[in-house]
Design a protein around this ligand. Structure first.
Ligand SMILES: CC(C)(COP(=O)(O)OP(=O)(O)OC[C@H]1O[C@@H](n2cnc3c(N)ncnc32)[C@H](O)[C@@H]1OP(=O)(O)O)[C@@H](O)C(=O)NCCC(=O)NCCS
Length: 176
């Protein structure tokens, strides 16, 4: 378990699968995902069992340090490239815990882990341009808009741009 202030992230255990399935199927979460398939218990179980095979794709749960069994969100570190030391990141906070600073603190934790310990040199993420709340959070953490995939994302009856945001280790070190 990696801790930061009063929060932490840890590996996903079988007992977490139900909470993760409910989180995934929540409209406010999957509405922001490219893949809008709902998942059932079997899908969730298969996904979890396949996780260990994916060496460049890590998934964790976010929790409070003192109550690790209570999930407050999920965290992904994807497309890890060990030659160039970069990866894609993303996280979602369960609706009842939003607006309390957990998203911000979780990103601070993630940046510290990936830059100071995991030896990443650049992190990037993608956010749909119908999600300004999330974009504002990423800017607050230090990510900058560095590109976009125009009309990439179909939702709510139209195509939206998929905004690419990134932060380098140099930029991260100069935030401090
Ligand atoms: C986006 C998300 C991760 C933010 O997490 P959170 O815990 O609610 O955010 P925080 O409480 O840490 O707020 C951090 C910043 O986010 C932005 N923010 C959060 N809630 C906001 C709101 N309702 N309106 C506008 N900005 C908001 C603000 O910049 C805020 O900083 P501020 O409080 O100084 O203004 C969370 O709301 C979430 O999981 N949403 C649903 C799924 C999603 O959108 N995932 C991201 C897909 S790219």
């Amino acid at each position: 378990m990696y801790t930061y202030d009063d929060i932490a992230f840890r590996v996903i255990e079988r007992d977490d699968l139900n909470a993760l399935r409910l989180l995934h199927n929540d409209l406010s979460i999957w509405g922001n995902l490219l893949n809008i398939e709902f998942i059932d218990e079997k899908d969730q179980e298969n996904w979890w069992e396949n996780l260990y095979r994916k060496k460049n794709d890590k998934r964790y749960v976010i929790c409070q340090k003192d109550t690790p069994n209570k999930i407050i969100g999920r965290l992904r570190i994807q497309n890890i490239n060990w030659q160039h030391h970069n990866c894609e990141v993303g996280l979602d906070i369960i609706s009842e815990f939003r607006g309390k600073g957990y998203g911000y603190k979780s990103y601070k934790m993630l940046l510290e882990f990936l830059f100071d310990h995991y030896n990443m040199n650049m992190l990037y993420l993608k956010v749909a341009d119908f999600n300004p709340k999330a974009k504002k959070l990423y800017e607050k953490v230090g990510f900058k808009e560095t590109g976009k995939l125009p009309d990439f994302f179909y939702r709510k009856g139209k195509y939206w741009d998929y905004i690419i945001m990134s932060i380098t280790k140099f930029e991260y070190q100069n935030l401090k």
